[in-house]
Design a protein around this ligand. Structure first.
Ligand code: NAD
Length: 488
């Protein structure tokens, strides 16, 4: 079936039990286009308590059917869904673009691909995540089963609205759980549109459902007594609230993927071009609205001047790639909305008042929409807000350093711990530094990247638990130990 939805004709309904249905709540969400602030929709349902309860009831009913379905059947449904997402990539990405502003080639295609691949990767695990058994020489055979949790949920942010669905729903559904998706209030359209693909792929009713809503819907999910797990991606402040709600309700399992202020450490002996390319790409991809963007760049003094010259050039060139996401050649769109624009502009404005020196950028581009120049501050005060806080825009801060010891201390002097990068040709130094970074992920001669096969997530306040690889499967299952008395 051809993908039927555009922003105009998408049903402004939630997706429960394989049907688009009206929300029981009369509250609505409003979405604007960040290219010009125009209204996209003001009638998107804001799911309330009755909607969440209805989705949970449907999921509970579906759970025994789904978990007991033959593994190859479950796999085939997931593979079909992945194919449908990919077949309709442009139309789905368009529904994200109207409210996120991300160009298709530079971002939309990537995150749709990420979603499809996550479904395929996790579908491949269905008949391979087999459990364990332990020797019976002591008279007892121990069998460890990986069991699904039941009704699970994903609360996702606006900056990668479709990719994050794959990272959460993929492992949840592969392991036999039912899954309720709560997209961000800023980017609900592409998520809601997936309903028709869920049905077409053959998921039984109630297995995979979508509730649009805002933080209040998220809170209903996080504190629900019959949802057994929440996987959350978003800000640290919200992540902490979710963990608290989970603890105060039914101690549901929680995975938290939160913010970052990731360092890239560039040593004198690096390949300069490589370091400049990775660091400039890292802070401008998706207009800097990326949790693992390398937003602190530390450059050793011997290469500092040369690096700065080239980094400045690279960021100026990036400025030319900013524009209307619908136009050919645009790689960087606007910031997501007025609130984000004001937030990023505020950091830039205050940053110029004694926090650091503006090297490049700092201006709004055009007079409509939320476009901003890629911006770099040098000589930043390590205690300033632009150095310490997540800006979540195309803004980086640069400092020079003398010694490895000094820069490792500064790199780790933060409560964030998501990503780090080291640029050097000395493998001993690279591995030493990589092991000293207090972060969930480290790139050597690269930064701000991820792979489906390997754990993705943060240490310290950047997160709890991991997505991707076998770690995501563990996060959506509970081991059960069965002990067989063989002496009986
Ligand atoms: P946010 O925390 O404001 O919102 C994220 C989601 O949580 C949304 O769906 C929102 O509706 C919901 N929510 C808000 N308040 C809630 C509450 N009280 N209870 C339950 N749910 C609630 O974050 P955002 O602005 O959408 O996203 C930006 C943040 O996400 C940045 O900090 C970024 O670093 C982080 N992020 C992290 C990762 C990662 O993998 N580590 C990936 C992408 C984004």
């Amino acid at each position: 079936m051809a993908f039927p939805w555009s922003a105009k004709n998408l049903p402004k309904q939630i997706f429960i039990n394989n049907e688009y249905v009206d929300s029981k709540s009369s509250k609505k969400l409003t979405v604007h286009n960040p290219t010009d602030g125009s209204l996209v929709a003001d009638d998107i349902p804001l799911s309330g308590e009755q909607d969440v309860d209805a989705a949970v009831a449907a999921a509970e009913k579906a759970f025994p059917v789904w978990r007991k379905m033959a593994p190859n059947e479950r796999r085939n449904i997931m593979l079909k869904f992945a194919q449908l997402v990919e077949d309709n990539a442009i139309a789905v990405a368009e529904l994200t673009r109207v409210s996120l502003g991300a160009p298709y080639k530079a971002f939309g295609a990537f995150e749709i691909g990420l979603c499809a691949e996550a479904f395929r990767y996790n579908a491949g695990w269905i008949d391979k995540f087999g459990g364990e058994s332990w020797p019976q020489e002591d008279g007892f055979l121990k069998i460890v089963r990986n069991e699904p949790l039941g009704v699970t949920a994903g609360i996702v942010p606006w900056n990668g609205p479709v990719g994050t669905i794959g990272l959460k729903a993929g492992p949840a559904l592969a392991m036999g759980n039912c899954f309720i998706l709560k997209p961000s209030e800023k980017t609900p359209l592409s998520s809601l549109a997936l309903g028709s693909l869920i049905k077409e792929a053959g998921f039984p009713p109630g297995v995979f459902q979508i509730l649009s809503g805002d933080g209040s819907t998220g809170a209903l999910i996080a504190s629900h007594m019959r949802i057994r797990k929440v996987s959350f991606t978003g800000s640290i402040a919200t992540g902490k609230k979710i963990q608290e709600m989970a603890a105060k309700s039914n101690l549901k399992r929680v995975t938290l993927e939160l913010g970052g202020k990731s360092p890239a450490v560039v040593f004198d002996d690096c390949d300069l071009e490589n370091a400049v390319t990775w660091t400039a790409n890292a802070i401008t991809a998706n207009t800097g609205q990326v949790c693992f963007a390398a937003s602190r760049v530390y450059v050793q003094e011997g290469i500092y001047d040369k690096f700065i010259e080239k980094y400045k050039e690279a960021m100026k060139a990036k400025s030319k790639e900013v524009g209307d996401p619908e136009k050919e050649g645009t790689n960087i769109g606007p910031l997501v909305d007025e609130a984000q624009f004001k937030r990023v502009s505020g950091f830039i404005e205050r940053g110029q008042k004694g926090q650091g020196k503006l090297l490049v950028g700092g201006q709004r581009i055009g007079d409509k929409g939320y476009y901003i120049e890629p911006t770099v501050f040098t000589d930043v005060d390590p205690n300033s807000e632009i150095h310490c806080q997540e800006i979540f825009g195309p803004v980086s801060v640069v400092r020079s350093f003398k010694t490895e010891e000094e820069i490792m201390k500064l790199s780790n002097d933060t409560n964030f711990g998501l990503m780090a990068g080291v640029f050097t040709q000395d493998i001993n130094k690279a591995l030493r530094v990589a092991s000293e970074f207090e972060s969930g992920m480290v790139g050597i001669n690269c930064v701000s990247l991820m792979f489906m096969t390997s754990p993705f997530g943060g240490s310290k306040e950047s997160g709890l638990g991991r997505e991707c690889g076998i770690h995501a499967l563990r996060a959506f299952t509970e081991p059960k130990t069965i002990m067989v008395n063989l002496t009986y």
